[in-house]
Design a protein around this ligand. Structure first.
Ligand SMILES: Nc1ncnc2c1ncn2[C@@H]1O[C@H](COP(=O)(O)OP(=O)(O)OP(=O)(O)O)[C@@H](O)[C@H]1O
Ligand SMILES: O=C(CO)[C@H](O)[C@H](O)COP(=O)(O)O
Length: 312
């Protein structure tokens, strides 16, 4: 049976969902990818939310039943008439007719909040940067692109915290991969291109065999690339960590482990034909390059392509 492969990217506001999605979409080929942001399923516009006193994170502030229906339709290759929410104006626009491509990426706040929604995905990612990093990212993004002042963003973050705790963060447990970009102790105010990444790899999907990293003598606690075992929300997991100062050679080494598993898809690791890999918008709008981000995007893409071997 041939059907679209569905990737979920869930995380709190400004956790880095769009940034992560961009590189993945490029490797899969933009013409093959349908991108959906579940912010479009908000029930109330910006003014109404302020009047009612509800945050965009609350399930009652979103048409989760319609989102769930649309996910099921997309999974079976059927079209949807999707609502459209504009972050520029804070209001709704006319709906859009969307027919799914080979790959569908669904990113947003509450994508894993119901059992039926969770069942729609082939790969589930949860983004969990430390809260001070997320706050810095949200202030930067909302002041540059959504017309807020820094004070308004800080007040909004405070107002949203109870809903983040109750509705957003518990969704971490349903993900196959938890992604956390974090600063080193030496540069704890760094929030841009030199962040490390910690990837929690749950056994809910089969990951590439990264034990070769430890076999080759890398992977110990001093190395820029580390593999270990841990628990996440009480469950055993593998953890892969890559430092922001890891060399291109070290990162390429890990990429080869994935690409050698799928020799017919060698070009997914080719940086020249995939320039969006690892690209981040910096503080003044400049473009920064992060190897940990590029590697994270490739691991997720690996899983999308693996799924095509079963369903396409
Ligand atoms: N891995 C990263 N390293 C450094 N900066 C990042 C990273 N990911 C995101 N950022 C910064 O954080 C800002 C917000 O990220 P992004 O727009 O991807 O978040 P989002 O989760 O899609 O937000 P929302 O759901 O609110 O639309 C970006 O403009 C970027 O500057
Ligand atoms: O948490 C968010 C995810 O992007 C937004 O704040 C939410 O979607 C409402 O959007 P806006 O602040 O532009 O009205």
């Amino acid at each position: 049976m041939s059907r679209p492969i569905i990737l979920g990217i869930v995380g709190d506001s400004a956790a880095g969902k769009t940034t992560l999605t961009r590189g993945i979409a490029q490797v899969l080929g933009p013409e093959n990818v349908t991108l959906i942001c579940t912010d479009d399923y908000h029930r109330y516009d910006r003014t109404q939310r302020a009047e009612i006193g509800i945050t965009a994170l609350h399930p009652d502030c979103n048409y989760l039943d319609i989102m769930q229906q649309h996910l099921s339709l997309l999974r079976t290759g059927q079209p949807i008439l999707k609502p459209v929410y504009s972050h520029k104006t804070g209001t709704f626009e006319p709906p859009q007719y969307i027919k799914p491509n080979k790959f569908v990426i669904i990113e947003g706040l509450l994508g894993y909040s119901t059992r039926a929604a969770r069942d729609a995905y082939d790969v589930k990612v949860y983004l969990a940067p430390p809260e001070p990093v997320r706050a810095a990212w949200k202030i930067k993004r909302d002041t540059q692109k959504r017309g807020y002042t820094p004070e308004q963003v800080l007040a909004e973050l405070e107002k949203r915290e109870p809903d983040s705790e109750q509705y957003i963060r518990p969704q971490r447990q349903w993900s196959d991969i938890v992604v956390s970009f974090y600063p080193t102790k030496e540069e704890e105010n760094e929030t841009n291109g030199h962040l490390n990444v910690r990837l929690v790899l749950r056994p809910s999907i089969p990951h590439p065999d990264f034990t070769q990293i430890t076999d080759s003598g890398n992977g110990d606690s001093q190395s820029a690339v580390r593999l270990g075992l841990d628990r996440d929300m009480g469950k055993p997991v593998d953890v892969l960590e890559v430092d922001g100062h890891a060399t291109l050679e070290q990162v390429t080494n890990i990429e080869h482990i994935m690409c050698s598993d799928m020799p017919y898809l060698k070009n997914i690791c080719d940086r020249e034909i995939n320039p969006e890999l690892g690209k981040i918008a910096g503080t003044t709008g400049e473009t920064l390059q992060s190897y940990p981000l590029a590697l994270t995007q490739l691991i997720i893409t690996y899983h999308m392509l693996k799924a095509t071997q079963i369903y396409q």
